[in-house]
Design a binder for this molecule. Structure first.
Ligand code: XLS
Ligand code: NI
Ligand code: NI
Length: 439
Protein backbone atom coordinates (compact mmCIF):
# COMPACT_ATOMS: atom_id res chain seq x y z
CA UNK A 1 0.00 0.00 0.00
CA UNK A 2 1.10 3.55 -0.67
CA UNK A 3 1.02 5.57 2.52
CA UNK A 4 -2.36 7.24 2.92
CA UNK A 5 -1.54 9.39 5.94
CA UNK A 6 -1.88 13.13 5.66
CA UNK A 7 1.42 14.71 4.79
CA UNK A 8 -0.05 18.16 4.23
CA UNK A 9 -2.23 18.36 7.31
CA UNK A 10 -4.20 21.56 7.67
CA UNK A 11 -4.21 22.21 3.93
CA UNK A 12 -7.45 21.40 2.15
CA UNK A 13 -8.39 21.57 -1.51
CA UNK A 14 -7.13 24.83 -2.99
CA UNK A 15 -10.02 27.09 -4.02
CA UNK A 16 -10.51 29.83 -6.59
CA UNK A 17 -11.08 33.05 -4.63
CA UNK A 18 -10.72 35.99 -7.05
CA UNK A 19 -11.40 38.52 -4.31
CA UNK A 20 -8.71 37.18 -1.95
CA UNK A 21 -6.35 39.66 -0.34
CA UNK A 22 -2.82 40.09 -1.64
CA UNK A 23 -1.38 38.25 1.32
CA UNK A 24 -3.57 35.20 0.89
CA UNK A 25 -1.35 32.94 -1.20
CA UNK A 26 -3.08 29.62 -0.49
CA UNK A 27 -5.85 30.12 -3.06
CA UNK A 28 -6.07 30.82 -6.77
CA UNK A 29 -6.91 34.40 -7.62
CA UNK A 30 -6.78 33.90 -11.40
CA UNK A 31 -6.82 30.17 -12.18
CA UNK A 32 -10.40 29.06 -12.52
CA UNK A 33 -10.18 25.51 -13.92
CA UNK A 34 -13.75 25.34 -15.27
CA UNK A 35 -13.94 28.78 -16.85
CA UNK A 36 -14.20 28.69 -20.63
CA UNK A 37 -11.97 30.91 -22.77
CA UNK A 38 -12.06 30.72 -26.57
CA UNK A 39 -14.19 27.60 -26.44
CA UNK A 40 -12.02 25.62 -24.04
CA UNK A 41 -11.77 25.27 -20.27
CA UNK A 42 -8.80 26.91 -18.63
CA UNK A 43 -7.61 23.56 -17.35
CA UNK A 44 -7.64 22.20 -20.90
CA UNK A 45 -5.60 25.12 -22.27
CA UNK A 46 -3.10 24.88 -19.42
CA UNK A 47 -2.86 21.12 -18.71
CA UNK A 48 -0.75 21.70 -15.60
CA UNK A 49 1.53 18.96 -14.35
CA UNK A 50 3.57 18.54 -11.17
CA UNK A 51 7.02 16.99 -11.49
CA UNK A 52 8.06 14.25 -9.14
CA UNK A 53 11.83 14.82 -9.05
CA UNK A 54 11.99 18.38 -7.79
CA UNK A 55 8.85 18.43 -5.69
CA UNK A 56 9.04 14.99 -4.07
CA UNK A 57 12.64 13.79 -4.49
CA UNK A 58 14.39 17.15 -4.07
CA UNK A 59 16.27 17.68 -0.83
CA UNK A 60 17.67 21.16 -1.27
CA UNK A 61 21.24 19.84 -1.43
CA UNK A 62 23.51 21.80 -3.75
CA UNK A 63 27.20 21.36 -4.68
CA UNK A 64 28.12 23.44 -1.63
CA UNK A 65 25.62 22.37 0.97
CA UNK A 66 23.70 19.54 2.54
CA UNK A 67 19.95 18.96 2.32
CA UNK A 68 17.81 21.72 3.80
CA UNK A 69 14.35 20.32 3.04
CA UNK A 70 13.15 17.86 5.67
CA UNK A 71 10.37 15.89 4.01
CA UNK A 72 8.24 13.54 6.13
CA UNK A 73 8.10 10.98 3.32
CA UNK A 74 11.89 10.45 3.31
CA UNK A 75 11.84 7.77 6.00
CA UNK A 76 12.63 4.05 6.11
CA UNK A 77 14.18 1.83 3.44
CA UNK A 78 14.31 3.12 -0.14
CA UNK A 79 11.13 1.17 -1.02
CA UNK A 80 9.33 2.31 2.14
CA UNK A 81 10.08 5.93 1.43
CA UNK A 82 9.14 5.46 -2.25
CA UNK A 83 5.67 4.38 -1.06
CA UNK A 84 5.34 7.28 1.34
CA UNK A 85 6.50 9.65 -1.39
CA UNK A 86 3.83 8.30 -3.74
CA UNK A 87 1.13 8.83 -1.13
CA UNK A 88 2.36 12.37 -0.46
CA UNK A 89 2.53 13.15 -4.18
CA UNK A 90 -1.08 12.09 -4.84
CA UNK A 91 -2.29 13.97 -1.77
CA UNK A 92 -0.53 17.02 -3.19
CA UNK A 93 -1.89 16.63 -6.76
CA UNK A 94 -5.46 16.28 -5.56
CA UNK A 95 -5.33 19.11 -3.03
CA UNK A 96 -3.77 21.36 -5.65
CA UNK A 97 -6.29 20.26 -8.29
CA UNK A 98 -3.68 19.36 -10.91
CA UNK A 99 -4.60 16.49 -13.23
CA UNK A 100 -1.14 15.42 -14.46
CA UNK A 101 2.25 14.44 -13.12
CA UNK A 102 5.64 13.58 -14.61
CA UNK A 103 8.44 11.36 -13.34
CA UNK A 104 11.72 9.61 -14.16
CA UNK A 105 11.72 5.84 -13.68
CA UNK A 106 14.24 6.26 -10.86
CA UNK A 107 12.16 8.91 -9.05
CA UNK A 108 9.34 6.42 -8.68
CA UNK A 109 11.36 3.38 -7.57
CA UNK A 110 14.94 2.88 -6.38
CA UNK A 111 17.49 1.08 -8.50
CA UNK A 112 18.43 -2.43 -7.30
CA UNK A 113 21.67 -4.36 -7.79
CA UNK A 114 20.48 -5.91 -11.09
CA UNK A 115 18.22 -4.77 -13.90
CA UNK A 116 15.74 -7.49 -12.93
CA UNK A 117 15.51 -6.24 -9.36
CA UNK A 118 15.27 -2.64 -10.45
CA UNK A 119 12.41 -3.57 -12.76
CA UNK A 120 10.66 -5.47 -9.96
CA UNK A 121 10.82 -2.34 -7.79
CA UNK A 122 9.37 -0.36 -10.64
CA UNK A 123 6.59 -2.91 -11.18
CA UNK A 124 5.61 -2.78 -7.52
CA UNK A 125 5.59 1.01 -7.40
CA UNK A 126 3.76 1.47 -10.68
CA UNK A 127 1.06 -0.99 -9.53
CA UNK A 128 0.46 1.37 -6.62
CA UNK A 129 0.65 4.45 -8.85
CA UNK A 130 -1.95 2.93 -11.17
CA UNK A 131 -4.31 2.34 -8.24
CA UNK A 132 -3.93 5.94 -7.13
CA UNK A 133 -4.44 7.19 -10.69
CA UNK A 134 -7.70 5.25 -10.88
CA UNK A 135 -8.86 6.53 -7.48
CA UNK A 136 -8.06 10.18 -8.17
CA UNK A 137 -8.28 10.60 -11.95
CA UNK A 138 -4.76 12.07 -11.99
CA UNK A 139 -2.84 11.01 -15.11
CA UNK A 140 0.77 10.81 -16.31
CA UNK A 141 1.62 13.72 -18.60
CA UNK A 142 4.94 12.09 -19.36
CA UNK A 143 7.40 9.59 -18.09
CA UNK A 144 11.12 9.54 -18.85
CA UNK A 145 14.14 7.39 -18.11
CA UNK A 146 16.95 8.71 -15.97
CA UNK A 147 19.92 7.97 -18.25
CA UNK A 148 22.32 10.38 -16.58
CA UNK A 149 22.61 9.91 -12.78
CA UNK A 150 24.10 6.42 -12.46
CA UNK A 151 27.93 6.29 -12.82
CA UNK A 152 27.58 3.86 -15.76
CA UNK A 153 26.23 6.78 -17.77
CA UNK A 154 29.06 9.20 -17.02
CA UNK A 155 30.18 9.14 -20.68
CA UNK A 156 26.64 9.24 -22.03
CA UNK A 157 23.88 6.72 -22.66
CA UNK A 158 22.82 6.51 -26.32
CA UNK A 159 26.06 8.34 -27.27
CA UNK A 160 28.37 6.35 -24.99
CA UNK A 161 31.59 5.20 -26.72
CA UNK A 162 30.95 1.73 -25.19
CA UNK A 163 28.04 -0.17 -26.74
CA UNK A 164 27.62 -2.15 -23.52
CA UNK A 165 26.42 1.05 -21.83
CA UNK A 166 24.20 1.93 -24.79
CA UNK A 167 22.65 -1.52 -24.46
CA UNK A 168 21.91 -0.87 -20.77
CA UNK A 169 20.20 2.36 -21.71
CA UNK A 170 18.21 0.49 -24.34
CA UNK A 171 17.07 -2.10 -21.82
CA UNK A 172 16.08 0.70 -19.45
CA UNK A 173 14.10 2.57 -22.12
CA UNK A 174 12.33 -0.66 -23.11
CA UNK A 175 11.07 -0.95 -19.53
CA UNK A 176 10.28 2.78 -19.46
CA UNK A 177 8.05 2.38 -22.52
CA UNK A 178 6.30 -0.58 -20.88
CA UNK A 179 5.66 1.62 -17.84
CA UNK A 180 4.34 4.42 -20.07
CA UNK A 181 1.88 1.95 -21.58
CA UNK A 182 0.83 0.50 -18.24
CA UNK A 183 0.12 3.93 -16.75
CA UNK A 184 -1.45 5.37 -19.91
CA UNK A 185 1.10 8.20 -20.21
CA UNK A 186 0.24 10.88 -22.76
CA UNK A 187 3.91 11.48 -23.68
CA UNK A 188 7.38 10.04 -23.24
CA UNK A 189 10.37 12.38 -22.90
CA UNK A 190 14.01 11.97 -23.87
CA UNK A 191 16.28 14.49 -22.23
CA UNK A 192 19.89 13.96 -23.29
CA UNK A 193 21.61 14.88 -20.03
CA UNK A 194 24.98 13.38 -20.87
CA UNK A 195 24.46 12.99 -24.61
CA UNK A 196 27.23 15.34 -25.65
CA UNK A 197 30.89 15.82 -24.96
CA UNK A 198 33.41 17.48 -22.70
CA UNK A 199 36.29 17.28 -25.15
CA UNK A 200 36.41 16.87 -28.92
CA UNK A 201 39.82 15.17 -28.56
CA UNK A 202 38.33 11.88 -27.38
CA UNK A 203 35.00 12.12 -29.18
CA UNK A 204 33.82 10.79 -32.54
CA UNK A 205 30.97 13.25 -32.93
CA UNK A 206 29.63 11.82 -36.19
CA UNK A 207 29.50 8.30 -34.75
CA UNK A 208 27.78 9.45 -31.55
CA UNK A 209 25.08 11.35 -33.42
CA UNK A 210 24.38 8.35 -35.62
CA UNK A 211 24.19 6.06 -32.59
CA UNK A 212 21.75 8.43 -30.94
CA UNK A 213 19.55 8.44 -34.05
CA UNK A 214 19.66 4.65 -34.20
CA UNK A 215 18.79 4.47 -30.50
CA UNK A 216 15.74 6.67 -31.12
CA UNK A 217 14.78 4.43 -34.03
CA UNK A 218 14.83 1.41 -31.71
CA UNK A 219 12.52 3.28 -29.32
CA UNK A 220 10.13 4.14 -32.17
CA UNK A 221 10.12 0.49 -33.29
CA UNK A 222 9.40 -0.82 -29.80
CA UNK A 223 6.69 1.79 -29.23
CA UNK A 224 4.95 0.66 -32.41
CA UNK A 225 5.43 -2.99 -31.54
CA UNK A 226 3.70 -2.70 -28.15
CA UNK A 227 1.02 -0.37 -29.52
CA UNK A 228 1.99 2.46 -27.18
CA UNK A 229 -0.08 5.52 -28.05
CA UNK A 230 1.90 8.42 -26.74
CA UNK A 231 3.79 11.34 -28.18
CA UNK A 232 7.61 11.10 -28.10
CA UNK A 233 9.30 14.32 -27.05
CA UNK A 234 12.92 15.47 -27.04
CA UNK A 235 13.89 18.14 -24.53
CA UNK A 236 16.68 20.43 -25.75
CA UNK A 237 19.33 21.79 -23.40
CA UNK A 238 22.67 23.32 -24.41
CA UNK A 239 24.90 22.29 -21.49
CA UNK A 240 24.93 21.09 -17.88
CA UNK A 241 25.91 18.43 -17.08
CA UNK A 242 27.84 18.17 -20.38
CA UNK A 243 29.93 21.05 -21.64
CA UNK A 244 28.18 20.68 -24.96
CA UNK A 245 24.95 18.75 -25.40
CA UNK A 246 23.86 17.56 -28.83
CA UNK A 247 20.26 18.63 -28.23
CA UNK A 248 21.51 22.19 -27.87
CA UNK A 249 18.29 24.06 -28.64
CA UNK A 250 15.07 23.71 -30.63
CA UNK A 251 16.64 24.28 -34.02
CA UNK A 252 19.51 21.84 -33.34
CA UNK A 253 17.03 19.12 -32.43
CA UNK A 254 14.76 19.84 -35.39
CA UNK A 255 17.79 19.72 -37.72
CA UNK A 256 18.93 16.44 -36.13
CA UNK A 257 15.48 14.86 -36.44
CA UNK A 258 15.10 15.91 -40.07
CA UNK A 259 18.63 14.80 -40.97
CA UNK A 260 17.95 11.29 -39.67
CA UNK A 261 14.37 11.10 -40.96
CA UNK A 262 12.86 10.96 -37.45
CA UNK A 263 10.82 14.17 -37.57
CA UNK A 264 7.44 12.46 -37.82
CA UNK A 265 7.99 10.50 -34.63
CA UNK A 266 9.00 13.27 -32.24
CA UNK A 267 8.02 16.69 -31.04
CA UNK A 268 9.85 18.97 -28.61
CA UNK A 269 9.47 19.53 -24.90
CA UNK A 270 10.74 23.07 -24.45
CA UNK A 271 12.07 24.26 -21.10
CA UNK A 272 12.58 28.04 -21.08
CA UNK A 273 15.41 27.88 -18.53
CA UNK A 274 17.31 25.76 -21.09
CA UNK A 275 16.44 28.25 -23.82
CA UNK A 276 17.98 31.11 -21.87
CA UNK A 277 21.04 28.95 -21.07
CA UNK A 278 21.46 28.58 -24.85
CA UNK A 279 21.72 32.37 -25.05
CA UNK A 280 18.24 32.97 -26.41
CA UNK A 281 15.37 35.05 -25.05
CA UNK A 282 12.78 33.28 -22.87
CA UNK A 283 10.20 32.50 -25.56
CA UNK A 284 12.67 31.82 -28.40
CA UNK A 285 12.44 28.02 -28.56
CA UNK A 286 8.71 27.97 -27.86
CA UNK A 287 8.16 30.24 -30.87
CA UNK A 288 10.66 28.40 -33.10
CA UNK A 289 9.38 24.92 -32.24
CA UNK A 290 5.79 26.03 -32.81
CA UNK A 291 6.71 27.61 -36.16
CA UNK A 292 7.83 24.15 -37.33
CA UNK A 293 4.75 22.42 -35.91
CA UNK A 294 7.01 20.72 -33.37
CA UNK A 295 6.00 22.28 -30.04
CA UNK A 296 4.73 19.31 -28.07
CA UNK A 297 4.99 20.28 -24.41
CA UNK A 298 6.58 22.82 -22.07
CA UNK A 299 8.66 22.35 -18.92
CA UNK A 300 7.38 25.60 -17.55
CA UNK A 301 10.03 27.12 -15.35
CA UNK A 302 12.38 30.06 -15.44
CA UNK A 303 16.02 30.75 -14.70
CA UNK A 304 17.95 33.77 -13.64
CA UNK A 305 19.41 35.04 -16.90
CA UNK A 306 22.25 36.60 -14.92
CA UNK A 307 23.40 33.08 -13.95
CA UNK A 308 24.86 30.42 -16.22
CA UNK A 309 22.99 27.42 -14.88
CA UNK A 310 19.63 25.74 -14.65
CA UNK A 311 18.03 27.17 -11.51
CA UNK A 312 14.59 25.70 -12.31
CA UNK A 313 12.60 28.44 -10.61
CA UNK A 314 8.82 28.62 -10.67
CA UNK A 315 7.61 30.79 -13.56
CA UNK A 316 6.17 33.93 -12.00
CA UNK A 317 6.70 36.58 -14.69
CA UNK A 318 3.44 37.57 -16.39
CA UNK A 319 5.17 38.90 -19.48
CA UNK A 320 6.77 35.51 -20.06
CA UNK A 321 3.62 33.51 -19.38
CA UNK A 322 1.68 35.76 -21.77
CA UNK A 323 4.21 35.20 -24.56
CA UNK A 324 4.13 31.43 -24.01
CA UNK A 325 0.34 31.24 -23.87
CA UNK A 326 -0.02 33.43 -26.96
CA UNK A 327 2.05 30.93 -28.92
CA UNK A 328 0.18 27.96 -27.45
CA UNK A 329 -3.28 29.39 -28.13
CA UNK A 330 -2.24 30.40 -31.66
CA UNK A 331 -1.20 26.82 -32.41
CA UNK A 332 -4.50 25.51 -31.04
CA UNK A 333 -3.26 24.19 -27.68
CA UNK A 334 -0.60 21.86 -26.36
CA UNK A 335 -2.52 18.59 -26.03
CA UNK A 336 -1.40 15.84 -25.60
CA UNK A 337 1.41 17.88 -24.00
CA UNK A 338 1.00 20.30 -21.14
CA UNK A 339 2.68 22.76 -18.81
CA UNK A 340 4.89 20.69 -16.54
CA UNK A 341 6.39 22.51 -13.58
CA UNK A 342 9.98 21.33 -13.90
CA UNK A 343 10.72 23.74 -11.08
CA UNK A 344 11.90 23.52 -7.50
CA UNK A 345 11.32 25.63 -4.46
CA UNK A 346 14.51 27.37 -3.37
CA UNK A 347 16.59 25.45 -0.84
CA UNK A 348 15.82 28.29 1.54
CA UNK A 349 12.04 27.77 1.11
CA UNK A 350 11.91 25.05 3.73
CA UNK A 351 8.23 24.90 4.77
CA UNK A 352 6.04 22.17 3.30
CA UNK A 353 3.44 24.81 2.43
CA UNK A 354 6.04 26.49 0.18
CA UNK A 355 5.46 23.64 -2.29
CA UNK A 356 1.82 24.72 -2.52
CA UNK A 357 2.57 28.43 -2.61
CA UNK A 358 5.05 27.94 -5.46
CA UNK A 359 2.67 25.91 -7.61
CA UNK A 360 -0.32 28.13 -6.91
CA UNK A 361 1.69 31.26 -7.77
CA UNK A 362 2.93 29.75 -11.02
CA UNK A 363 -0.55 28.48 -11.97
CA UNK A 364 -1.96 31.94 -11.36
CA UNK A 365 0.86 33.47 -13.43
CA UNK A 366 -0.10 31.14 -16.30
CA UNK A 367 -3.81 31.82 -15.86
CA UNK A 368 -3.07 35.52 -16.20
CA UNK A 369 -0.85 34.79 -19.20
CA UNK A 370 -3.72 32.85 -20.77
CA UNK A 371 -6.25 35.62 -20.16
CA UNK A 372 -3.85 38.20 -21.60
CA UNK A 373 -3.08 36.04 -24.63
CA UNK A 374 -6.77 35.49 -25.33
CA UNK A 375 -7.42 39.23 -25.24
CA UNK A 376 -4.47 39.88 -27.56
CA UNK A 377 -5.69 37.24 -30.00
CA UNK A 378 -9.40 38.15 -29.83
CA UNK A 379 -8.74 41.86 -30.36
CA UNK A 380 -6.32 40.96 -33.17
CA UNK A 381 -4.55 44.33 -33.29
CA UNK A 382 -1.01 42.93 -33.12
CA UNK A 383 -1.82 40.17 -35.62
CA UNK A 384 -3.23 42.75 -38.07
CA UNK A 385 -0.07 44.86 -37.72
CA UNK A 386 2.16 41.85 -38.41
CA UNK A 387 0.01 40.84 -41.38
CA UNK A 388 0.27 44.33 -42.82
CA UNK A 389 4.05 44.25 -42.33
CA UNK A 390 4.28 41.27 -44.71
CA UNK A 391 1.57 42.41 -47.14
CA UNK A 392 4.05 42.79 -50.04
CA UNK A 393 4.09 38.98 -50.24
CA UNK A 394 0.39 38.69 -51.01
CA UNK A 395 0.49 39.60 -54.72
CA UNK A 396 2.74 40.26 -57.67
CA UNK A 397 6.37 39.35 -57.27
CA UNK A 398 5.90 38.77 -53.52
CA UNK A 399 3.31 36.11 -54.17
CA UNK A 400 5.74 34.30 -56.49
CA UNK A 401 8.45 34.39 -53.78
CA UNK A 402 5.91 33.15 -51.26
CA UNK A 403 5.06 30.22 -53.50
CA UNK A 404 8.69 29.47 -54.31
CA UNK A 405 8.30 30.02 -58.05
CA UNK A 406 10.36 33.20 -58.47
CA UNK A 407 13.87 33.50 -59.96
CA UNK A 408 16.80 35.87 -59.45
CA UNK A 409 16.32 37.17 -63.02
CA UNK A 410 12.79 38.24 -62.08
CA UNK A 411 14.19 40.01 -59.02
CA UNK A 412 16.54 41.94 -61.26
CA UNK A 413 13.77 42.89 -63.71
CA UNK A 414 11.58 44.00 -60.80
CA UNK A 415 14.31 46.26 -59.39
CA UNK A 416 15.04 47.78 -62.81
CA UNK A 417 11.35 48.67 -63.08
CA UNK A 418 10.75 49.76 -59.46
CA UNK A 419 14.11 51.08 -58.17
CA UNK A 420 14.98 51.45 -54.48
CA UNK A 421 12.58 50.10 -51.84
CA UNK A 422 11.32 52.75 -49.45
CA UNK A 423 12.53 52.69 -45.86
CA UNK A 424 9.82 51.26 -43.59
CA UNK A 425 9.80 51.61 -39.80
CA UNK A 426 9.88 48.32 -37.87
CA UNK A 427 7.83 49.99 -35.10
CA UNK A 428 9.22 47.76 -32.35
CA UNK A 429 8.36 50.21 -29.58
CA UNK A 430 4.80 50.47 -30.86
CA UNK A 431 4.42 46.69 -30.64
CA UNK A 432 5.96 46.66 -27.17
CA UNK A 433 3.68 49.43 -25.96
CA UNK A 434 0.60 47.65 -27.27
CA UNK A 435 1.72 44.35 -25.74
CA UNK A 436 2.19 46.06 -22.37
CA UNK A 437 -1.37 47.35 -22.56
CA UNK A 438 -2.58 43.74 -22.19
CA UNK A 439 -0.29 42.79 -19.30
C1 XLS B 1 17.13 18.85 -16.67
C2 XLS B 1 15.90 18.51 -17.34
C3 XLS B 1 15.21 17.27 -16.79
C4 XLS B 1 14.20 16.75 -17.77
C5 XLS B 1 13.76 15.36 -17.50
O1 XLS B 1 17.68 19.92 -16.80
O2 XLS B 1 15.05 19.61 -17.32
O3 XLS B 1 14.66 17.52 -15.55
O4 XLS B 1 13.08 17.57 -17.81
O5 XLS B 1 14.83 14.48 -17.49
NI1 NI C 1 13.02 19.64 -17.93
NI1 NI D 1 16.13 21.57 -16.75
Amino acid sequence: MAAQGEFFAGISKIQYVPSAAAGDVMCFKHYNAEEVLMGRKMEAWLRFSVCYWHSFCGTGADPFGFPTLQRPWNEGTPMESAKKRLGAAFEFFTKLGVKYYTFHDRDMAPEGPTLEETNRNLDEMTDLALQLQCQTGVKVLWVTCNLFAHPRYMNGAATNPDCHVLAYAGAQVKKGLDVAKKLGADNFVFWGGREGFLSTHNTDVAAELKHMANFFRMAVDYKEKIGLKCQFLIEPKPKEPCKHQYDYDAMSVIGFLKHYGLENHFKLNIEPNHTTLAGHCYEHDIVLASAFGMLGSVDSNTGSPDLGWDTDQFPMDIRNTTMVMKTIVEQGGLQPGGLNFDAKVRRESTDLEDLFIAHIGAMDAFARGLRNAVRIIEEGLLARMVKERYSSFSDGIGRKVEEGTASLEEMETFIKQNGEPKVTSGKQEKYESIFNHYI
